[in-house]
Design a protein around this ligand. Structure first.
Ligand SMILES: Nc1ncnc2c1ncn2[C@@H]1O[C@H](COP(=O)(O)OP(=O)(O)OP(=O)(O)O)[C@@H](O)[C@H]1O
Ligand SMILES: [Mg+2]
Length: 390
């Protein structure tokens, strides 16, 4: 028997050179902003849509064209100093030959805070903040952070070019709860005529906080709301991949797209799970997609179970009602059936679930939907067992 070709659907890892489902419009806007000085763009949207992937792809493309572009990830920073360190690494890498000027300039400005180390193999000099910088008072940490960006702008000016910076999960800045940092950053960015900035974020309520009319980033950015890859584009991409790997009959593909809903990862995951079933016979059927769907839920069962135990009773009951497709959560019938609290409490609970990323906001009633279709199906299956629903 011929071995099966490798699974053509991959998800979860951010490749250095990701093969990207095109997203033509978003991609060209992102390219435009990063290709010139002075641009400021915010890319926001639900999780697992592919924001990081698209940014990475465009960053690599522009690097290859000689643009000084860098991407930093704020998602794991504990302190402002960690963000400064991340910036330092990337700016020294992106500024090429000129980094020595940058470094000596920085050394003068932040001399007490920096240390350097030569890589024993390549001789390349690495620069970072001294550990003590992490315990410095917040106004010092802030000065360092803004100072690093100011000097990057200066260096770009001296070199007669611009630096493009992508900050992934920028909303984590709000976690430092230091309004002054945000206002200083706003002022600095406005003066950086030789930089361009793209911020991405997925925690919607934090982003809304930062962008509100009385907050630091109000009207600072043009924005892309990162929607699902359009259905026809996604369908064509998946079909092409299946066909190139020998699956030519695709009767189950529409069912796959319906069950997986809009998130890119959720779609790729169901395709990846369906592929081995389809590859054996050269056709993708609906029963195969159904089996793959159950297999995804089975794979995540332990995570769902542990998440479930973290929810309050109100949260669990609301999630139960929503998993049955109920939209009128305030109606007497639904309240009684799912033991829901009074309506004020329902809306607070919905908001809390939104902040945790379990739900996302929608236009249609009840104004929220499950972020993860597999979790929704798991709750639905639990309802059958726990509540005896058919
Ligand atoms: N356009 C795309 N083409 C191909 N694969 C993609 C695309 N977008 C996303 N993916 C796949 O989906 C995975 C998750 O995407 P990514 O991490 O970029 O999403 P995200 O929106 O940044 O999510 P989060 O908000 O969780 O950070 C990636 O590892 C990649 O495998
Ligand atoms: Mg991301």
């Amino acid at each position: 028997m011929q071995p099966l070709p490798p699974n053509p659907f991959r998800y979860g890892a951010i490749d250095i050179h990701p093969e990207v489902i095109n997203r033509v419009v978003d991609r060209s806007r992102l390219r435009d902003v990063l290709s010139g000085a002075g641009g400021r763009l915010l890319i926001h949207g639900r999780r697992r849509m592919g924001k990081t992937t698209l940014c990475k792809a465009v960053v690599e493309e522009l690097k290859a064209e000689g643009v000084a572009v860098m991407m930093v990830d704020f998602s794991t920073a504990t302190q402002l100093a960690d963000l400064s360190n991340a910036l330092l690494q990337k700016i020294t890498a992106a500024s090429g030959k000129g980094w020595q000027d940058y470094l000596s300039d920085l050394m003068r400005a932040l001399s007490l805070q920096l240390e350097t180390e030569a890589d024993p193999l390549t001789g390349a000099i690495k620069v970072r903040l001294k550990p003590i910088a992490r315990t410095a008072p917040i106004d010092e940490q802030r000065e360092t952070f803004i100072g690093i960006l100011d000097r990057a702008n200066e260096l770009a000016k001296q070199q007669g070019r611009h630096f493009a910076l992508v900050v992934d999960e920028f909303q984590e800045l709000a976690r430092f709860e230091d309004e002054a940092t945000l206002w200083n950053l706003r002022a600095a960015i406005q003066h950086h005529t030789h930089m361009s900035y793209v911020f991405t974020g997925s925690r919607v309520h934090l982003i809304n906080l930062l962008m509100a009319s009385d907050r630091a980033f109000y009207k600072m950015f043009s924005a892309i709301n990162f929607e699902p890859v359009p259905l026809t584009e996604m369908r064509a991409w998946l079909a092409g991949k299946f066909e190139a790997s020998g699956v030519l009959q695709l009767d189950g593909l529409d069912a796959l797209l319906k069950l997986a809903e809009g998130c890119t990862v959720d779609r790729l995951r169901l395709a990846a799970m369906s592929y081995p079933l389809a590859a054996a016979s050269g056709e993708l059927t609906q029963p195969m997609v159904d089996r793959a769907y159950q297999a995804v839920i089975e794979e995540d069962k332990a995570f769902f179970q542990s998440d479930w135990q973290q929810f309050t009773q109100h949260q669990q009951n609301i999630l139960r009602a929503m998993a049955e497709g109920e939209t009128k959560l305030g109606s007497a019938r639904v309240r009684q059936r799912f033991s829901l609290p009074a309506s004020g409490s329902v809306s607070n609970t919905l908001k809390a679930l939104l902040e945790r990323g379990v739900l996302y906001g929608t236009e249609s009633a009840p104004g929220y939907a499950y972020d993860n279709p597999y979790f929704k199906e798991w709750v639905h299956q639990r309802n059958q067992l726990d509540l005896g629903l058919s």
